[in-house]
Write a protein that binds this ligand. Structure first.
Ligand code: AHN
Ligand code: ZN
Length: 345
């Protein structure tokens, strides 16, 4: 009698415990009559792009910004036309943001010439710690050392695609940023003296003769302790039927950024311009941004399979003029960069 009542009590306790556990499980997992609440599926890239309300990049406006730079004449450091264009770029970027810094510096070129250079920097949402760096070089090369005519090998070239195209795209990006504020902080840098590298006839004798402006900035950023989540460099982004490949330096230092940008360009319908083919590493401004200040930075740069240099047809020739610029290519690159900016948060 005694024995069996203790046993009943134990059974009762067990039963109550089981019911309680079942009840708690039902509450916490949402089963038992009700439909299990399903996690909303992560939005696809297309859905995120639709929701982001990305502004429309105006390629005619970008083309105008390229044309204005080229109209000054060659932008070779230590020349009057270089100074005139610097003033134009500072005033024009300054129309789209009041936060301007112009870095004045002296750097030594491969041939010993001391170059007076200006890195021109405009910032958007300066208080935001989450930043994207966008850059291009604004100087043009002093020597057309790849021109078919040797008489031009020491003449300065127009630099419409090689220089002005990237800056033109970024000026139009800046104009869009001034109309519709993005959630990220953005810094746009126009680097000087990218293209004063060793002449073809002496090439390979000295290291680090290219990208002198970005080397200077990476060692002396415009703000102490400057950081950005990632960087995008634009170089030669205006020629008709350009192809942008997965360039080696970008893939070495910033493969995730590369994938993000290429995926976005494909999603907005520009996959034919952005090839997944991997190509040789290039020395350009992004190399020093990666190596010196350690901001993962890619180069969107035209790669050609038809030329022995791997660069576009008129690279470092007198024919790198406005005829080499196609607004459709400016659009492809500009719309991709804008989409990257407005998707990031
Ligand atoms: C070299 O030829 C080593 N680098 C080319 C970088 C460049 C020149 N980009 C534009 N012009
Ligand atoms: Zn060049």
């Amino acid at each position: 009698m005694d024995y069996s009542s203790t046993e009943n009590l134990k059974r009762m306790r067990l039963l109550i415990s089981l019911i309680l556990i079942g009840y708690i499980l039902a509450l916490t997992t949402g089963c038992g009559g009700q439909q299990r609440p399903t996690m909303p599926a992560a939005p696809t890239l297309h859905e995120r792009i639709m929701e982001a309300n990305v502004p429309d990049f105006d390629e005619d406006s970008a083309y105008h910004f390229v044309d204005r730079q080229v109209s000054f004449g060659p932008r070779v450091p230590n020349t009057l036309t270089h100074t005139a264009c610097a003033n134009y770029l500072e005033a024009t970027l300054g129309r789209f943001t009041p936060r301007m810094v112009v870095q004045d510096a002296r750097v030594r070129a491969f041939n010993g010439t001391v170059l007076n250079i200006k890195n021109i920097i405009g910032s958007f949402n300066p208080e935001n710690k989450s930043r994207i760096l966008l850059c291009a070089h604004w100087d043009s090369r002093p020597f057309a050392d790849h021109d078919p005519d040797p008489a031009n090998h020491y003449k300065p070239l127009p630099g419409a695609n090689d220089g002005a195209s990237g800056v033109g795209v970024l000026l139009e990006v800046a104009r869009q940023l001034s109309i519709q504020q993005p959630s990220m902080g953005i810094d746009i840098i126009f680097f000087d003296a990218e293209d004063y590298g060793e002449h073809q006839q002496v090439q390979g004798q000295k290291d680090d003769t290219w990208a002198l402006g970005s080397q200077y900035w990476a060692r002396n950023p415009h703000l102490p302790g400057y950081r950005a989540r990632f960087g995008i460099l634009l170089d030669m982004v205006g020629a008709a039927d350009a192809m942008f490949t997965m360039e080696g330096t970008s893939m070495q230092y910033a493969p995730d950024v590369m994938k993000k940008v290429w995926d976005i360009s494909e999603a907005i319908g520009f996959g034919t311009y952005f090839s997944r083919k991997r190509t040789n590493a290039i020395i350009d401004d992004h190399l020093y941004i990666n190596q010196i200040i350690h901001i993962p930075t890619i180069d969107i740069i035209h790669h050609s399979t038809n030329t022995h240099t791997g660069f576009f047809e008129h690279w470092h020739t007198m024919l790198d003029n406005m005829n080499a610029i196609d607004p459709s290519t400016l659009k492809v690159v500009g719309q991709t960069v804008l989409t990257v900016i407005y998707l990031e948060n």
